[in-house]
Write a protein that binds this ligand. Structure first.
Ligand code: GLC
Length: 421
């Protein structure tokens, strides 16, 4: 078997092993449920194995959609003792139960990619028509409930919503969040070494926020006004922006297109507001602290996500392409999640340094859109070299390529199938 054949068969094995029937766990043990943005990316991997199964990933996730349109960050299809905070912790009564927050909304983009790249066009049309109403309700929820002031940027209220849990960008805001006083038992540390995971002071605040949403009965206006963790996340807003553009396109392909004026208005405003997050000195965009109404001056991979969102100008895209080359000189094994020159950089600790394959892919996809195929190719080569070296880990030390976190990881395998092999 050639190395490529070996990588393909390994990646397929990972997805099949993590398949619990209609949904794929990110990895067994550490993450035993269905996660929102993992599901979208994992579906891309299934496309290369079984198209029906790719579509099923979305259908199963949407079983957890709330009446108000939110698609939760985790849907608990079956209980498990492996994870905290599980279904009994969030106070959400639902069938299936879920968490009370969301995650970067890339689903419409993944649906569009699968629609365009699938072989069975009749199936794809039927699935697009069936999924579209739920996707539209999801996007309307973001604009209505997460931007009640119509600023053009949606709000996030938990580091887990960013998908970049312990990013140093959240450190100062998280300090303002009280620590949970109730006792609880983390489960992640029985699966992964503690130096690759968030610290206790962070976890205490994650748990406080879970309890806070429950106490506020998930009322979006109260949470907007009172939540001690409140950000305008540049990565999440970019993902939403891209997905909204793809949703508008999907609607035009639907058997019965609907009026999307409200969504189009939201998207037009967002492009302008994302521009306001540009930082000329740091050569990238910055997250924003809502309470202080100020940019968060920490260099993270999130700051390049407007490339993927198609919200940068061509000039900004060129500046970022050059900047990414500099980052790769310091951390050649994929794009570091935190700039290796930052004091807080930590090569193996989750979102404080490691490179993540799906982020490499999303940013490379954005670079190609702006014509920077050479830098996109650098990210692709780096990504390929780490899976050749280490296999399908959750994330990788950007200096050595060592695999970290959970092994046999679904979205890493999916990105390999879709992009690298
Ligand atoms: C971690 C990651 C998040 C991901 C989840 C499941 O919480 O930070 O982005 O969705 O694990 O893989």
């Amino acid at each position: 078997m050639s190395q490529t054949e070996q990588l393909i068969s390994e990646a397929k094995r990972v997805l099949k092993e993590n398949d619990l029937g209609g949904y794929t766990v990110p990895t067994k043990g550490l993450y035993p449920f269905q996660w929102n943005w993992d599901a979208g990316i994992t579906a891309l991997g299934w496309l290369h194995i079984d198209e029906k199964r790719a579509w099923a990933e979305f259908e199963t996730l949407f079983k957890g959609q709330w009446e108000n349109g939110m698609v939760p960050h985790v849907v608990f299809h079956q209980d498990s003792d492996d994870y905290f905070p599980g279904p009994d912790q969030w106070g959400v009564v639902g069938n299936p139960p879920s968490t009370s927050i969301s995650q970067p909304p890339l689903l419409a983009t993944m649906v569009r990619m699968i629609y365009e790249q699938s072989q069975d066009k009749d199936l794809a049309q039927a699935k697009l028509d069936a999924l579209l109403p739920g996707l539209i309700r999801y996007h309307l929820w973001w604009y209505r409930e997460r931007d009640p002031e119509s600023t053009g940027l949606v709000s996030s209220y938990h580091p887990w919503e960013s998908g970049m849990d312990n990013s140093p960008a959240w450190d100062d805001i998280l300090e303002r969040v009280p620590q949970a006083t109730r006792s609880y038992q983390r489960r992640d540390l029985s699966h992964v070494d503690s130096n690759q995971r968030p610290v206790k002071a962070e976890y205490d605040r994650y748990v406080y926020l879970v309890d806070f949403f429950k106490d506020k009965k998930f009322d979006y206006q109260t949470i907007h006004d009172e939540c001690p963790f409140h950000t305008k996340d540049v990565s999440l807003n970019s993902v939403l922006q891209r997905a909204t553009k793809d949703l508008i396109h999907l609607n035009s392909l639907a058997t019965e297109p609907v009026n999307l004026d409200e969504i189009i208005r939201g998207a037009n405003k967002a492009d302008v507001q994302i521009q306001a997050l540009w930082d000329a000195e740091r050569h990238q965009f910055l997250n924003k602290d809502y309470a202080e109404n100020a940019p968060i001056p920490v260099k993270t991979s999130a700051g390049f996500m407007p490339l993927y969102g198609h919200s940068a100008t061509p000039e900004q895209a060129s500046i970022m392409a050059e900047e990414i080359k500099l980052w790769l000189e310091k951390g050649p094994k994929g794009l570091a999640s935190t700039y290796p020159g930052e004091a807080v950089f930590d090569a193996k600790r989750y979102w404080r340094g490691p490179s993540w394959l799906h982020i490499n892919w999303m940013i490379a996809d954005g670079l190609s859109y702006y014509g920077h195929h050479d830098v996109a190719a650098l990210l692709q080569q780096a990504s390929r070299s780490i899976i050749e070296q280490s296999g399908y880990w959750e994330y990788f030390d950007p200096e050595t390529g060592e695999g970290c976190g959970g092994s046999n990881f679904s979205w890493t395998a999916a990105i390999a199938l879709h992009w690298l092999v």
